[in-house]
Design a protein. Structure first.
Length: 266
């Protein structure tokens, strides 16, 4: 009896993991899949894929889109949006930072981002857009490698040595865009030293050509870097006196948010 119960639990666990694998297939670049796509991508028997997809659909995690009898695809459902909003509400830094981000955006009229680390990736959890004609195509929920972009690089720079060593071991730096010169562990290490020394991070063309990003750390009550406050836009708007104003206002805003999180630089 006990053996059968354990066996049933093991089977259930495997089903849960396979269902999560299906949900993990969906990205910004690929947001819909057919049953055949799912089966092939995960090397999963089609009947198993159908059973799991049907279960996910019944709970609102997937939505079926029928284009014809032979063309049926699945997209993420609204249930995930509901859960995502619950997660967002738990992120204290996001709630505290937003009004400051809005004020900063109003002052400099450039896109303002809030970025946190999630494992070996950075995720953009909030964005306030300026009303400039030329802007970046970043989105809330967008992910990036931790060595690409001013915000992600800043987060990586303030990680502990063990984390950075593990990141170097498991990450292929050649994935950087052609616009960046950081193609080796040595170059990236020197870049992070500069970030820690200066207290801010700059990127030029690392995520999009002809763009610049400037980021300052947001610290919590322990002094740890909880997030990066990033301002970004076309390089042509970040020169001279205006560029210095943008940098100064971004720094002041990051400090104000940090103080609201309980940080005291005594």
């Amino acid at each position: 009896m006990a053996y059968r119960l354990i066996e049933r639990i093991a089977i259930m666990n495997q089903s849960v993991l396979k269902a999560l694998d299906i949900l993990s297939l969906f990205t910004q670049e690929k947001h819909e899949y057919s049953l055949t796509d799912i089966s092939n991508k995960l090397d999963m028997p089609k009947p198993t894929a159908y059973r799991l997809v049907t279960a996910l659909e019944s709970r609102g995690f997937l939505i079926k889109k029928k284009f014809s009898d032979h063309d049926i695809r699945y997209v993420l459902g609204l249930r995930l949006l509901e859960l995502g909003n619950l997660v967002s509400e738990k992120l204290e830094v996001r709630k505290i930072a937003y009004p400051y981000m809005k004020k900063l955006c109003d002052e400099i009229n450039e896109d303002v981002h809030l970025v946190i680390a999630d494992g070996h990736e950075a995720i953009y959890i909030e964005k306030v857009e300026g009303n400039q004609a030329l802007r970046l195509h970043t989105k809330v929920g967008m992910r990036s490698a931790l060595h690409v972009g001013s915000g992600p690089k800043l987060l990586l720079a303030f990680k502990d040595a063990a984390f950075i060593d593990d990141y170097f071991l498991k990450t292929n730096l050649s994935a950087l865009t052609p616009h960046s010169s950081l193609t080796s562990h040595y170059e990236l290490s020197k870049e992070m030293e500069g970030i820690r020394y200066n207290g801010y991070s700059i990127s030029r063309g690392e995520q999009d050509a002809e763009t610049i990003g400037i980021s300052y750390p947001i610290r919590d009550h322990t002094g740890s870097v909880a997030a990066a406050l990033a301002v970004s836009g076309p390089t042509i708007r970040f020169f001279g006196e205006r560029g210095q104003v943008i940098q100064d206002e971004t720094q002041r805003t990051a400090v104000a948010i940090s103080q609201q999180l309980g940080y005291r630089n005594d």
